[in-house]
Design a protein around this ligand. Structure first.
Ligand code: G1P
Ligand code: ZN
Length: 543
């Protein structure tokens, strides 16, 4: 086995975004592209000599071959050991768990999350640090810097090791331990939740459906929900991971998981349904006749977490990303919990979780999680919901009614304008940014602006500062519109407009969200001129 030093040149644009580096699969498959980025990770973290890493991905097209390249590069650079999920598969939360449980030096996750997969679609590479979480901004900045000066990378010339069998093998001087991707994660879930209570619920005729969307959570959900908790066989839908996610878009929202929404809204609906995304860190929660927005789900979980054994001691504090609705704030206020508002992206929760300042956190983009790992965790959210349902024996709809009755309802929707011309999207943001200071007191449609600013975050744990994290406008009466450009898209710019309106009138708690938000949407249009700037009449996706 020969160790090769391959001469290369910096490749432009290898800047990690909200969650690692995401590009078209073909870009990643181009000459030196993956290798350059991986070597830059090694260089940014002081090399991998003597280190132990975790490696796995969501099984999308190119996952297997990328994993082999990374193993040969780790071996060439002197890594001691790499723990790999069987078949190079690991859900993102399971990878985070393995990084932590084995006290490793971090890991590499191959995923573009909820983006479609395939030769014409998306691929991604993300580095997680020893705490199990996505690399913080100082590390991703160092990786990007390293990509700009790279002149060579190290790789072993070797046959592909067999990743299909559980057990230990060698590659050069490096150990490869192929592990069952599910076992350690399932054991962690058994520690946190009352499996007996959930088993009793599922044994009482309570029916569930879990849509794995042809992605990585299939094996996890089948083992945990069907095998361990006794959900009826067939409760897990689309449970076999496929390289192109069955040709679908593995994003658990009412658009891309419409069949599941139709199922709970139709006759013979199950009592509870959920879906997860490509790499298993997102979740969508549904009950019979009820869609639960991610922001509401986060608030419900925070209000009821103590019903699960892992959280029976209460919560240290909670956090949400800035655009996430303030339903969580109402729970925190009522329960006297500390609450933090962070920029978009899970990496910003890491310090708060590590420091023990928060136990639970989440984002409006279908991400919820806790201090059990350092990633959001789709199945964890499903199990916490099931644990709460098992303890209360209420329906999902009843839980929501009671929650809104107690805390009020934050009507919420996100409007996405996808693949907008990047310059036009920037121009819209720039124009609004320039007007922010002058907005308070101005009328926008039927609303009056109360405050307007560009969100910046001062991390209370390490003192770091993150600027430019979204434009937010709050209106008198508590409604809010937030404007942000996505950091995960791979084509042009994606404009996200986040709309929220607060309702405490008991007679108005069960309205249609888009109707309740119409005045906020109109105000957002009046302030930002979305149509004129983007040339779009309507959003592509409303969640
Ligand atoms: C999106 C979501 C964000 C999430 C990220 C990774 O990022 O909005 O909440 O953390 O995906 O899953 P964005 O495309 O908005 O930058
Ligand atoms: Zn994901």
């Amino acid at each position: 086995m020969e160790r090769l030093t391959i001469a290369t040149q910096p490749i432009e644009g290898q800047k990690p975004g909200t969650s690692g580096l995401r590009k078209k699969t073909k870009v990643f498959m181009g000459p030196h592209y993956l290798e350059n980025f991986v070597q830059s990770i090694w260089n940014a973290i002081g090399g991998v000599a003597g280190k132990t890493l975790v490696l796995g991905g969501d099984g999308r097209y190119f996952n297997d071959r990328a994993a082999q390249v990374i193993l040969r590069m780790a071996a060439a650079s002197g890594a001691r050991k790499v723990i790999v999920g069987q078949g190079a598969l690991l859900s993102t939360p399971a990878a985070s768990n393995l990084i932590r449980k084995n006290e490793t030096d971090g890991g590499i996750i191959l995923s573009a999350s909820h983006n479609p997969g395939g030769p014409e679609e998306d691929f991604g590479v993300k580095f997680n640090t020893p705490n199990g979480g996505p690399a913080a901004e100082d590390v991703t900045a160092r990786i990007f810097e390293a990509t700009k000066t790279l002149t060579s990378y190290e790789i072993l010339e070797a046959q592909d090791p067999d990743l299909s069998q559980i057990g230990a093998t060698q590659l050069g001087g490096m150990e490869i331990e192929v592990v069952d991707p599910v076992a350690s994660y399932a054991a962690l879930m058994e520690e946190l939740f009352d499996f007996e209570a959930i088993r009793a619920l599922l044994g009482s005729g309570f029916r569930i459906a879990f849509d794995a969307m042809h992605a990585v959570t299939g094996p996890y959900a089948t083992e945990i929900l069907e095998n361990r908790l006794g959900a009826a066989q067939g409760s897990v839908l689309n449970g076999t991971p496929s390289a192109d996610f069955g040709g679908g878009h593995p994003d658990p929202n009412p658009i891309w998981a419409k069949p599941l929404v139709d199922l709970v809204m139709g006759p013979g609906a199950p009592d509870f349904a959920a879906a997860s995304d490509g790499d298993g860190d997102r979740n969508m929660i549904l009950g019979r006749g009820q869609y639960v927005t991610p922001s509401d789900s986060l608030a419900v979980l925070a209000a009821n977490a103590r019903l699960a054994p892992g959280y029976s001691g209460g919560l240290a504090g909670v956090a949400r990303s800035m655009p996430t609705s303030r339903a969580l704030d109402r729970v925190a206020e009522a329960r006297g919990l500390d609450i933090f508002e962070t920029p978009t992206g899970w990496k910003f929760f890491g310090n708060l979780l590590d420091a023990g300042r928060i136990t639970l956190c989440g984002e409006e983009s279908a991400g919820t999680g806790s201090d059990h790992v350092r990633e959001k965790d789709g199945l964890w959210a499903v199990l916490l919901w099931l644990n709460i349902l098992a303890e209360t024996r209420l329906s999902v709809q009843e839980i929501m009614r009671r929650h809104w009755g107690e805390f009020g309802r934050n009507y919420y929707s996100r409007h996405d304008y996808e693949a907008v011309d990047a310059a036009r999207a920037e121009a819209m943001m720039e124009a609004l940014r320039a007007r922010l200071a002058a907005l308070p007191g101005q009328e926008a449609g039927t609303l009056t602006v109360a405050e307007a600013d560009e969100f910046a975050y001062h991390d209370p744990v390490d003192g770091s500062h993150s600027e430019g994290q979204g434009l937010r406008v709050t209106f008198e009466g508590g409604a809010r519109a937030v404007f942000r450009l996505s950091g995960t898209g791979t084509v042009g710019a994606t404009l996200r407009v986040y709309l929220e309106a607060v309702e405490t009138d008991p007679a108005k708690l069960e309205g249609d969200p888009q109707e309740a938000l119409a005045p906020v949407a109109a105000a957002a249009e009046a302030l930002a001129g979305i149509k004129a700037h983007t040339g779009r009449d309507a959003p592509d996706v409303m969640t």
